[in-house]
Design a protein around this ligand. Structure first.
Ligand code: LHQ
Length: 275
């Protein structure tokens, strides 16, 4: 096990424990935990910037082959810390999307590795949309998703107006975004907003097992798949076919492709290395 920025001194240990974003790399998975449980992991500036830098580490570290994003305590994240927005010393409105949320969702979408959002408890506002922009979203049976923005006179941000209609269709997205109602995990799964719900008692084990499965897949091919899916939302059919061709050429140049074909021919399980 390796903990990036491993605490070596007592003050490092304290910093690590008190950090608003916990980070640990284990078995090729980067575990990122939003860690302000007393505020339902609401985002302040520190947490938003720390999450960005941890995502950058995930991108640059070869050993990381999947990211598992979750929240400490009983929730995933309640979105923006509303105490911070009225704090005269807090970041101005003009910084919140430009410096906090847009860079987070952009990093998640551009990270050429699978990001799994493991949502237990509530995911609200920007917290919901950060979860929903991940590649695979799983939730515990008691989890819920709330586009809380209209409740306080705002619009869905952090990519919400982009991802929601693509996930659940225009009509549902429109209603969910405007009403700001609570969508429970089973309903979110049914409407295609998330991938899967796990029962409470097996949630942690099952979601981590899923992350392990994804970390053992051909990482580069998953990165190319993600890239293609990103573009499928905006490309014409013809442009998408050309992109698939380009990315497939790249995938076919990986060691994992050679291993995958060889393993099939030898009738054995493939052992991918993410290369
Ligand atoms: C919180 C928060 C929170 C601070 C719970 N802040 N403390 C972009 C641009 C510009 C400005 C604003 O934001 C954005 C992006 C956004 O994310 S906008 C949406 C912001 N989020 C919300 O409006 C959600 C606010 N929270 C809630 O509605 C409820 O807390 C939910 C429905 C999420 C959960 O309800 P409960 O399970 O009943 O928990 P709770 O309300 O009792 O919260 C527990 C504690 O967490 C509580 O603190 P306390 O000291 O009283 O125990 C809350 O005050 C605190 N908390 N959300 N966003």
């Amino acid at each position: 096990m390796r903990t990036a920025g491993s605490p070596s001194t007592i003050s490092n240990v304290i910093n690590h424990i008190m950090s608003s974003v916990l980070f640990e790399i284990r078995d090729q998975i980067a575990f990122i935990t939003l860690n302000r449980p007393e505020k339902l992991n609401a985002f302040n500036r520190e947490m938003a910037l720390l999450l960005q830098s941890r995502l950058d580490e995930c991108a640059s570290l070869h050993e990381v082959r999947a990211v598992y994003l979750t929240g400490a305590g009983k929730g995933f994240s309640a979105g923006q810390d509303l105490a911070e927005v009225v704090d005269p010393h807090g970041p101005p409105m003009s910084q919140l999307l430009a410096e906090h949320y847009n860079p987070i969702v952009t990093r998640i979408r551009n990270l050429p590795k699978p990001v799994i959002a493991a949502v237990k408890g509530v995911a609200a506002g920007a917290g919901a949309n950060i979860a929903l922009c991940c590649d695979v979203v799983v939730a515990s049976a008691s989890a819920s998703f709330i586009q809380a923005f209209s409740r306080i006179g705002l619009i869905p941000d952090s990519g919400g107006t982009y991802f929601l209609p693509r996930l659940v269709g225009w009509q549902r997205a429109s209603a969910i975004a405007m009403l700001g109602d609570k969508i429970v995990a089973t309903e979110a799964e049914r409407m295609g907003m998330i991938y899967k719900v796990f029962e409470e008692d097996v949630f942690e084990e099952s979601s981590k097992k899923l992350a392990a499965t994804m970390a053992a897949l051909p990482t580069k091919a998953l990165g190319f798949t993600k890239h293609a899916l990103n573009y499928s939302a905006v490309n014409s059919f013809e442009a998408q076919l050309l992109l698939e061709d380009e990315l497939q050429q790249k995938a076919a140049g990986t060691k994992d492709y050679a291993e995958g074909v060889q393993a099939f021919l030898e009738k054995r399980p493939a052992k991918f290395k993410g290369e």
